[in-house]
Design a protein. Structure first.
Length: 270
């Protein structure tokens, strides 16, 4: 076992749900690695403290803020009536799963979000209502950002696919998420994730980093499925910088025949 695996196993280990082989490997590693041992001890202390927290009944002030947050949700659902909202996708993703590790990570996000609601100023005058709603929208945007990045970093390809899907609801100026999508496109081992990343990045193609990531993937990806998606996108964008790569595709017999035909067609259309 290596140090980078510790974060993936911590929650299951502390919950007593880690299977025997992995548990033994983890404990053996903790015996040898003082840094990971200290990290595990801090995690155990935090886990114990969280479990000892008393159940708190929501105050009227907190209830008011929750109602305001729900109003923000309702507004967003109205604006997204023609498309599936990020909340529905998140619920659909969470419902069939029982991943303690990811649940622990998301719980930390929710705790931070709830703390901001509880400790933040409570609107007492009508004049502050709009400021409160604006703050709540910012909170929701931040929550989307963190959940999307968390999903994109998961070992499960299906989780990463959900992260790519949720990214369409993140602020288009969010460079951290865009960089994570570009990384997924250029290095994710799963073809389906890379194909989905092409679609997600297509709406941000005017961004210079995204554009270079798309061109790099066109030149290096060896999957016909990804290649065809990228070629179609180059045609849609009328991206002239893709022409040298497309020419190489048409001249290289090692490429799939369908890919070569698509590249030839693209050269005629760009």
């Amino acid at each position: 076992m290596k140090c980078q695996h510790l974060a993936e196993l911590t929650a299951d280990y502390l919950a007593g749900r880690l299977e025997e082989t992995s548990r033994a490997a983890l404990e053996a590693h903790l015996t040898e690695c003082s840094s990971c041992r200290e990290t595990m001890q801090r995690s155990r202390e935090m886990w114990t403290e969280l479990g000892a927290l008393p159940e708190v009944q929501p105050s009227p002030a907190l209830r008011a803020r929750v109602e305001a947050m729900l109003e923000v949700y309702r507004e967003e659902l109205t604006r997204a009536a023609t498309a599936q909202g990020w909340r529905e996708e998140l619920v659909a993703w969470l419902k069939p799963r029982r991943s303690w590790r990811l649940a622990f990570q998301l719980a930390m996000v929710v705790l931070a979000f709830a703390a901001g609601m509880t400790l933040g100023p409570v609107p007492r005058k009508p004049a502050s209502d709009q400021r409160t709603l604006t703050q709540l929208r910012d909170d929701v945007s931040s929550l989307r950002h963190m959940i999307t990045l968390t999903l994109l970093r998961q070992p499960s390809a299906s989780d990463r696919l959900q992260g790519v899907s949720l990214s369409q609801y993140v602020n288009p100026q969010d460079q951290t998420v865009l960089a994570a999508l570009v990384q997924a496109l250029n290095s994710d081992p799963n073809v389906n994730v890379r194909v989905a990343a092409v679609g997600a990045l297509s709406q941000f193609a005017s961004d210079s980093i995204v554009k270079q990531g798309l061109l790099r993937a066109l030149a290096t990806d060896n999957s016909p499925l990804v290649q065809i998606e990228l070629i179609d996108l180059m045609v849609k964008l009328r991206e002239t910088e893709s022409i040298p790569v497309l020419k190489k595709m048409t001249q290289n017999a090692s490429f799939d025949e369908t890919v070569r035909q698509q590249a030839e067609r693209a050269l005629q259309l760009i």
